[in-house]
Design a binder for this molecule. Structure first.
Ligand SMILES: [Zn+2]
Length: 264
C-alpha cells in the first residue's frame, strides 16, 4: 500500500498538466472507488476547468481546479496516478481519465480499494481537514507525539504508528523502519516506553519521513541500501547492522519484521 513518500511521488505525476484545461473526461461511474459521490456533478463541472494545484496529506491527495472544484484521491492498495498521451484509450482499470489537449491524466486502480471524491465550493471540503499535523511540518513535535501516545497507553507501539490521526501517512513498511531505528520492539506496550524511547521514536519518524521524501518521494528511487525495507520481505532477511536474521510475526494485524538484537 502506498505510504506518504509514494503518495507524494504519485501526486506529482499530474504536475505535467498544471495550468491546462480539462477538455474531456471518462470515468467508471459505477465503480466502488466513486462510492457515495455525485459522479454526474464531477463530470459536468470539471470539463472546461484548469488544474491549478495539488497537495498531499498523509496518504491522501487533493487536486484543485478552477471554478472552485476539488478532486480527492486515495490510492488504496493498488492505485496509481500517471500521465498518458492525449489520445489514450482507457483500459479496464483506468477508472478516471482527465483529458487535456496535450495529455491524459489517469487514475488506475486494479483492486479498487482507492477512493475518488469530488467537492464544489469556495472552501476546502470538510473531509480534507485533518487533526494530525503533517510529519514533515514543525507542528509534528515531541509534545504532539507524547500527547498522542498518552491517549493510547494500552496499545502496541506498532499499532499506534499506523494510526492516521497521529502518524499521518505512515504505513506498514515505514512503521517497521522507524521502530528498527528507534531500537524499540514493535510489540511493546506504549505505557512501557521510556522517555528516551519516545524521543527515539519521534526522531526516527522525522528522519525516515524526510529521507523517504528525498528518495521515493522525489523520483521513486529506492531508499538507501542500509534500510530495513530491503530486508523486511525476504524470508532470510538480515539486520543491516548486525547481519543477524530478522524475526517476523503479525503485530497489530500486519506482517512485521524486527531485529532481536537491535530492538528491545
Ligand atoms: Zn540489529
Amino acid at each position: 500500500m502506498p505510504e506518504l513518500a509514494e503518495v507524494e511521488w504519485f501526486r506529482k505525476q499530474w504536475n505535467a498538466g498544471l495550468g491546462a484545461e480539462i477538455v474531456g473526461l471518462s470515468l467508471h461511474a459505477r465503480n466502488r472507488i466513486f462510492r457515495g459521490e455525485n459522479v454526474r456533478q464531477l463530470r459536468e463541472r470539471l470539463v472546461g476547468e484548469k488544474l491549478l494545484t495539488s497537495q498531499a496529506r498523509g496518504k491522501r491527495m487533493l487536486f484543485k481546479f478552477s471554478g472552485d472544484n476539488f478532486l480527492f484521491i486515495h490510492l488504496g492498495i493498488t492505485g496509481k496516478i500517471h500521465v498518458q498521451p492525449a489520445n489514450y484509450r482507457p483500459a479496464k482499470h483506468d477508472h478516471l481519465v482527465l483529458v487535456q489537449r496535450q495529455r491524459a491524466l489517469v487514475f488506475t486502480d486494479s483492486r479498487q480499494f482507492g477512493r475518488v471524491r469530488f467537492h464544489h465550493g469556495t472552501d476546502e471540503p470538510d473531509w480534507w481537514k485533518h487533526e494530525a499535523p503533517e510529519i514533515s511540518s514543525p507542528d509534528f513535535d515531541q509534545e504532539f507525539v507524547d500527547r498522542f501516545l498518552a491517549r493510547h497507553r494500552k496499545a502496541l507501539i506498532k499499532a499506534a504508528l499506523l494510526m492516521q490521526n497521529g502518524f499521518s501517512g505512515i504505513g506498514n513498511w515505514m512503521a517497521d523502519e522507524i521502530l528498527w531505528r528507534a531500537k524499540v520492539l514493535p510489540s511493546k506496550r506504549i505505557r512501557k516506553l521510556t522517555t528516551h524511547e519516545r524521543a527515539a521514536i519521534f526522531r526516527a519518524t522525522k528522519w525516515v519521513v524526510r529521507r523517504s521524501l528525498e528518495t521515493l518521494g522525489e523520483d521513486f528511487a529506492d531508499p538507501p541500501r542500509n534500510w530495513l525495507i530491503h530486508q523486511k520481505w525476504k524470508r532470510d532477511g538480515i539486520c543491516p547492522i548486525h547481519r543477524t536474521p530478522l524475526r517476523h510475526a503479525t503485530v497489530a494485524g500486519r506482517t512485521t519484521a524486527w531485529c532481536p538484537k537491535c530492538q528491545k
